[in-house]
Ligand binder design. Structure first.
Ligand SMILES: Nc1ncnc2c1ncn2[C@@H]1O[C@H](COP(=O)(O)OP(=O)(O)OP(=O)(O)O)[C@@H](O)[C@H]1O
Ligand SMILES: N[C@@H](CCO)C(=O)O
Length: 315
């Protein structure tokens, strides 16, 4: 008899996308088919256990109870009203504190794997609510701009009104997203703590124009206008010093024809938008030399991942 087992892949995500601090995020996956995200397996067992493996496992908390996957299991059991004896395995393929939604990958992967294993007791809203809660424990406040795209795929606009948490935006299918992780860590909680508590009126007006204009450009299929509006007056001016040589790197990729560039989530990963594959490859090579800081760093040429978290193995 085979033991019931499910493995879920939860993709990386880029929160904010420059124009939508805490309200916009997109899932991304490399065009070469590699997995950029965590994989979580849930298997039938007599007692609960959690095992972690993968390239970035050494960066996880030593005590498994501090692993967010353990806390997701506890929260899922609480929602089910009973302790669920399963063996969970986290393949930690994402660097922590990267700006690629590493904790969101673990949170989404854990909830989706448990929900699939127990034949979907929870609907999309219940799942997203629990995911936001768990992500909030780590970063200090509930924001859905990593968990929603990682779970649902595509580019997600966080609405949080009228019983709706998030809905997808149309995306520009031609765009390539070059994601460059320099290999250093930026803590989300710390990158949030350095932001001002209040903003000038002109910044609020510009932010509304950029965010509203970007959504309009997506719906009216105007890629050049959308790219021109990808500006961040909320986080980037305060966070850019956390990234290595941000202004020079941005100027360098612009010279290579990049349509836009910015900080992925709270950094230090940078995203760069290229209008074709050849340009994406040239930008990737340039970033390899000018942005990566050590051997942990990497660059992936990505497309928006429209599927989001998915079962990749079931038995
Ligand atoms: N499974 C897990 N994956 C990632 N981080 C975890 C996990 N379990 C616990 N943590 C802890 O959560 C914190 C995650 O920090 P942080 O939010 O800065 O990283 P992140 O999720 O990678 O950020 P970002 O969303 O910018 O990629 C770290 O202190 C880390 O030790
Ligand atoms: N919107 C969040 C995402 C963190 O990954 C922030 O920028 O702080």
């Amino acid at each position: 008899m085979t033991t019931k087992q499910i493995t879920v892949y939860a993709p990386a995500s880029m929160a904010n996308v420059s124009v939508g601090f805490d309200i916009l995020g997109a899932a991304v996956s490399p065009i070469d088919g590699q997995h950029l995200g965590d994989c979580i397996t849930v298997k039938a067992a007599d007692t609960f256990s959690l095992k972690s493996e993968g390239h970035f496992v050494k960066k996880l908390p030593r005590n498994p109870k501090y692993n967010i996957v353990y806390q997701c299991w506890e929260r899922f059991c609480q929602a089910m009203g009973k302790k669920l004896p399963v063996e969970m395995t986290l393949a930690k393929n994402m660097p922590i504190g990267s700006g690629l939604g590493s904790s969101a990958c673990s949170v989404v992967g854990a909830f989706v794997a448990l929900n699939e294993f127990f034949d979907r007791p929870f609907d999309e809203i219940q799942m997203l609510t629990m995911m936001g809660e768990l992500e909030g424990r780590i970063s200090g406040s509930v924001h859905y701009d990593n968990v929603a795209p990682c779970y649902l795929g595509g580019m997600q606009l966080i609405l949080n009104a009228g019983g709706v948490i998030s809905q997808s935006l149309p995306v520009f299918d031609d765009w390539y997203w070059v994601m460059a992780y320099p290999g250093i860590k930026v803590s989300t909680a710390e990158a949030r703590a350095i932001l001002p508590a209040q903003y000038k009126k002109q910044d609020c007006v510009d932010h509304g124009r950029h965010a509203g204009g970007f959504v309009h450009a997506c719906y009216t299929n105007q890629p050049k206008l959308a790219a021109a509006l990808m500006q961040d007056v909320i986080a980037e001016p305060y966070r850019k010093d956390l990234l290595p040589n941000f202004d020079n790197v941005r100027a360098g990729v612009a010279e290579l024809g990049a349509l836009a560039s910015g900080i992925s989530g709270s950094g230090p990963t940078m995203f760069v938008v290229a209008e074709n594959k050849q340009q994406a490859e040239a930008i990737s090579q340039w970033l390899q030399v000018h942005y990566l800081q050590n051997s942990d760093g990497f660059i992936h040429i990505c497309k928006i991942d429209k599927q989001g978290a998915r079962v990749i193995h079931r038995q």
